[in-house]
Ligand binder design. Structure first.
Ligand SMILES: Cc1cc2nc3c(=O)[nH]c(=O)nc-3n(C[C@H](O)[C@H](O)[C@H](O)COP(=O)(O)O)c2cc1C
Length: 176
């Protein structure tokens, strides 16, 4: 049996949205994560930091940049003790400064991911996956990292059909 986990980081609050700053009640990555969970079943887990990031867009960019430059691993709120029961793990995040937020690295580094299939998805405002896939491969050395999906954040809500198709196909590939 292939048990599936969709783990994601997503931030509500001010964000860049089609060239302007908007206040998002629900994060873009969270929307996509829920579509994936709906499409393939399994469990959904939100990666949350103990200290929340600034709601204000520019302040958050400065925080994210500081963490990236310093290789910081922020403290996380409660996480699963292990991921032993899961064979397939969708990992979702916004593109922050060209890669995944450091909270996602902190989450993945907690676990032995040997033999697991990791499927990334990333919402962004134009930079696609950035270098997050290479960074993921460096962190998840013993896992197989499959090709990820990039979704424009401002189109997350409208992306359901494409996300469902991609997620179901990705699971099929994992089971081959
Ligand atoms: C701190 C920060 C850094 C960002 N850096 C980038 C970037 O380098 N490239 C990009 O295309 N979008 C960037 N964005 C936009 C987000 O990736 C995009 O809005 C994403 O959909 C937000 O997802 P969320 O609502 O799940 O947090 C950044 C946003 C924030 C808050």
């Amino acid at each position: 049996m292939n048990k599936i986990l969709t783990a994601y980081f997503s931030r509500k609050g001010q964000n860049y949205w089609k060239g302007e700053i908007r206040d998002l009640e629900k994060g873009n990555t969270e929307i996509v994560a829920e579509y994936i969970r709906e499409a393939v079943g399994g469990d959904l887990f939100e990666i949350r930091t103990v200290k929340e990031y600034a709601k204000e867009y520019r302040a958050c960019c400065a925080e994210a940049h500081r963490e990236l430059q310093g290789g910081v691993r922020p403290a996380l709120k409660e996480c699963p003790a292990d991921l032993d029961g899961y064979d397939i793990i969708f990992v979702g995040y916004p593109n922050w400064c060209g890669t995944m937020p450091m909270a996602v690295a902190a989450f993945l580094e907690k676990y032995d991911l040997g033999g697991k299939k990791i499927i990334p998805f990333c919402t962004n405002e134009g930079s696609g996956m950035g270098r997050s896939e290479e960074d993921l491969k460096r962190i998840c050395v013993d896992a197989q990292v499959l090709k990820g999906l990039s979704v424009r954040g401002s189109e997350a809500a409208a992306s359901r059909d494409a996300v469902v198709r991609w997620a179901q196909e990705a699971v099929k590939i994992c089971k081959r």
